[in-house]
Ligand binder design. Structure first.
Ligand code: HEC
Length: 200
């Protein structure tokens, strides 16, 4: 190497740059990982505690933010029962584990992840097609126990197969879907008209 070479033309300079870029990217990744973990933790600002299943949940469009945000209201019990945080966690966890065991993501998306054969389930609890908030829980359980007989295909040919879910698992899934609908997903899914919007 001759002395007149500028700094940026030397091999050792680029080796140092490579080491610094790699090290600082790694550090950034670690920081972002911890940041994501704190933001996705149950009970954090965006993710409600499990006992939110005792509350009325809505998803309201805010023109000033150009997106919908979850709005948690007063009491609206699920299956007529007031769950403690622990009981709610157990039921929601049963629902979540059932969705994993039955591989619902093979057809559906949850929080946008999964397959695109069937509707996204993130706000399924708030879907208008459950007709009314009074009928919703019963209809959801009935549908999950026998989706073939209670098909909601609305003219499309897609049908959900019977996944042989037990009544308790179906209740768990409903609790899981209710809890998930309260998560602040930064506006996803967009332009979602909730069941409450039709009632008021
Ligand atoms: C083989 C594909 C498939 C699998 C697996 C599947 N579904 Fe479905 N699901 C569908 C289709 C298709 C529809 C829409 C047709 C209908 O509603 O009858 C649907 C509709 C639904 C709806 C109604 C959504 C709405 O807002 O109207 C819910 C809730 C639901 N599925 C939950 C589940 C859960 C929970 C699981 C796992 C335990 C699951 N599905 C597994 C295909 C599937």
């Amino acid at each position: 190497m001759n002395d007149k070479n500028p700094l940026w033309a030397s091999e050792s300079f680029w080796k140092k740059v490579a080491i610094w870029v790699t090290a600082s990217s790694f550090l950034l990744l670690v920081i972002l990982t911890f940041d994501s973990l704190s933001q996705t933790k149950v009970g954090s600002q965006r993710v409600q505690p499990y006992s939110v299943i005792n509350k009325k949940i809505d998803y309201v469009y805010k023109p000033e933010l150009y997106k919908s945000i979850p709005v948690i209201g007063g009491d609206e019990l699920l299956f007529g029962q007031a769950f403690t945080e622990k009981e709610a966690e157990a039921l929601v966890t049963l629902g979540k584990k059932t969705t994993q065991a039955k591989n619902c993501m093979n057809c559906h998306t949850l929080l946008g992840n999964g397959a695109y054969f069937a509707p996204d389930l993130t706000k399924a609890w708030l879907d208008k097609s459950w007709l009314s908030t009074a009928l919703r829980e019963e209809l959801m359980v009935k549908f999950l126990l026998d989706p073939e007989k209670n098909a909601r295909t609305f003219g499309s040919n897609r049908k959900m197969p019977n996944l042989h879910i037990t009544p308790e698992e179906a209740r768990g899934i409903v609790a899981f879907l209710k809890w998930m609908s309260s998560i602040d997903t930064n506006g996803f899914p967009y332009h979602f008209n909730t069941i409450n919007a039709t009632e008021e």
